[in-house]
Design a binder for this molecule. Structure first.
Ligand code: SF4
Length: 567
């Protein structure tokens, strides 16, 4: 179990690692200096790089940064490079950037103005394995069907069927995520929170099933053939773009373009966000959130709760009831995942599940203090394997990362420390605040920002959750989230065969353990001494997302998705 002994063990481990890291860098530098002294011809030294003139047409910062990287690479690899070669490399055009996002999308525009997201938009129950590829598309087709029911009778009388076209990342990796099944379920009136996983499983085992959909006086037959995997590349407003059509033969009677913008959130062409109340404590950055907390002598959770009430118009009791529903779902997901015997997950990877085995063996670990890490990892594997089975999960913030938060909720509740539910509610509010900040200032979508945006954010939320649930002050909550997010920066999204299994399942375990490490470091250091603040790290994630090659954004065109050979 994760107990006080485990806590101190983790803190000490984290402290050891930081010390040895500092030492190894120092020793490395000394060794490199000695090497340079022996072979200055072969390896360019720092002074040479800094004395270079910045060529015309290149900004100084970029030039110096690239030069430094090239020099460092030369030192590390021991491969000589002339000053001319270095200049040529440093002034070469930057690699093609990832998929662009339309400035018209609300998910892009909303970064101006205070955060207006509320908790029941953020934590959503739905089928795995990917909120943007299953929950989002199902919500989209459900929305389109509802719109069609309101069309004029004459238009509905002409209709012969419904069609859905998937583009970009939805098309590139949708088959592995079961996007066509989710999209079909939405058309026939199923919603993510209530769809039976068995129904989606049956579509996989019997893809030729047909269903009747009533629109006006007519009944249409729909099947998986009505969901089309369309162009993967193009100038789409969002990497997860889809169109829904009501057709009469080859003629389109009604069409709407939709975007699954991450975490199960959806938008459509011309989308206007719903009218909401104004937040009591407006903030768009962590420093503003912390300032509200400090000025009003509140915790991060209390500031978030006050805004939930003001923006949603719901009472605290209603919001707490929603949180309880979500945490109960999380606990059930972990328990189900732990209980199921080892089996083979759907898809070509033939990946075996292992949550139950890891849990059982961790509990028998002869080093009692070490059990906590294995147990937390097993809880996260359990949640993530449920996601990979296509069973119900909670987006926190997404389906791919849906093993992280349930592991921590279970570890400090029923499956470990047994903290009171009020502490868990507080933690969930602080975690939501972290998720909102990442969504507002960066992204929650692997297709837009790589895995740093999914498991990185989940881990940051988890660290804030733990810190808040343990009554840590706002600075420690922010520091814990920062620490966890910082150590996911740059993490790419490269799901093998387009299935949310490798690397996603184990990555959730690492995300949960890193969340605990972030909490341990933040709650044991002197808070004011932390050199990097949360906002800075979120900005770094946004920048990294923008510059990440699209191969590493849920397209399965890079990384493990191409290096791993499936037999
Ligand atoms: S690699 Fe990360 S971002 Fe990509 S599908 Fe898996 S969990 Fe999601």
């Amino acid at each position: 179990m994760v107990d006080e002994a485990g806590k101190s063990d983790l803190s000490v481990l984290a402290a050891y690692v930081r010390y040895s890291n500092f030492r190894s860098h120092t020793e490395e530098k000394t060794a490199m200096a000695a090497d340079n002294g022996r072979d200055e011809q072969a390896i360019p030294v720092e002074n040479e790089v800094q004395s270079m003139e910045v060529p015309a047409g290149v900004d100084r910062r970029t030039f110096l940064m690239r030069s430094a990287v090239i020099a460092a690479t030369s030192v590390i690899t021991g491969r000589a490079m002339s000053a001319e070669q270095q200049v040529a490399r440093a002034t070469a055009p930057a690699p093609a950037l990832g998929t662009k996002m339309s400035p018209d999308l609300n998910v892009v525009k909303k970064s101006k103005g205070p955060i207006m997201t509320v908790i029941d938009e953020f934590y959503k129950v739905g089928p795995g394995p990917s909120s943007s590829h299953t929950i989002g598309p199902m919500r989209i087709t459900y929305d389109f069907y509802q719109r069609c029911t309101k069309l004029p009778k004459e238009q509905l009388a002409k209709a012969t069927g419904l069609k859905v076209h998937l583009f970009g990342s939805l098309s590139a990796t949708g088959k592995g995520h079961g996007t066509e099944r989710a999209a079909l379920a939405g058309i026939i009136g199923k919603e993510p929170a209530t769809v039976e996983p068995e129904f989606l499983d049956s579509l996989a085992s019997d893809p030729n099933q047909t269903f009747q959909v009533k629109l006006g006086d007519k009944t249409h037959t729909v099947s998986l053939k009505d969901v089309v995997y369309d162009a993967t590349k193009g100038d789409f407003p969002h990497p997860n773009t889809m169109t829904c059509k009501l057709v009469a033969g080859n003629e389109t009677l009604h069409e709407l373009e939709y975007y699954s913008v991450g975490g199960g959130f959806i938008e459509w062409k011309g989308y206007q966000p719903p009218k909401k109340g104004q937040p009591k404590y407006p903030y768009q950055r962590m420093k503003e959130l912390q300032a509200h907390a400090t000025k009003n002598n509140l915790t991060i959770a209390q500031v978030v709760m006050a805004n939930e009430v003001a923006v949603s118009g719901k009472s605290e009791a209603e919001i707490n009831a929603f949180i309880d529903k979500i945490t109960t779902a999380m606990v059930n997901i972990v328990k189900t995942g732990l209980k199921l015997p080892s089996s083979t997950l759907p898809g070509p990877i033939k990946l075996k599940t292992k949550a139950g085995d890891v849990y059982a063996r961790a509990m028998k670990d002869e080093y009692e203090k070490q059990r906590g890490i294995g147990v937390v990892a097993a809880y996260a594997l359990a949640g993530s394997e449920e996601n990979a089975r296509g069973h119900l999960v909670v987006t926190a913030p997404t389906g791919g990362s849906a093993g992280v938060m349930p592991a921590l909720v279970y570890a400090i509740g029923e499956g470990g420390r047994k903290l009171p539910q009020q502490k868990i509610r507080d933690g969930m509010l602080a975690a939501a605040g972290i998720g909102y900040l990442c969504k507002h200032n960066a992204t929650l979508s692997g297709a837009e920002g790589g895995c740093q945006a999914e498991i990185g954010v989940a881990s940051a939320m988890g660290a804030a959750f733990l810190a808040q649930a343990h009554d840590q002050p706002p600075q420690v909550v922010a520091n814990a989230a920062e620490s966890s997010l910082e150590h996911h920066l740059g993490m790419t999204c490269d799901p093998v065969a387009g299935f949310v299994q490798i690397p996603c399942i184990e990555r959730c375990a690492f995300g949960a353990v890193k969340a605990w490490t972030g909490f341990m470091i933040a709650s044991n250091e002197i808070p004011a001494n932390r050199r990097v603040d949360f906002d800075t790290t979120v900005d770094a994630m946004a920048l990294t997302a923008k510059e990440m090659n699209s191969k590493y954004k849920e397209t399965s065109e890079g990384g493990l998705a191409v290096s791993l050979t499936l037999c």
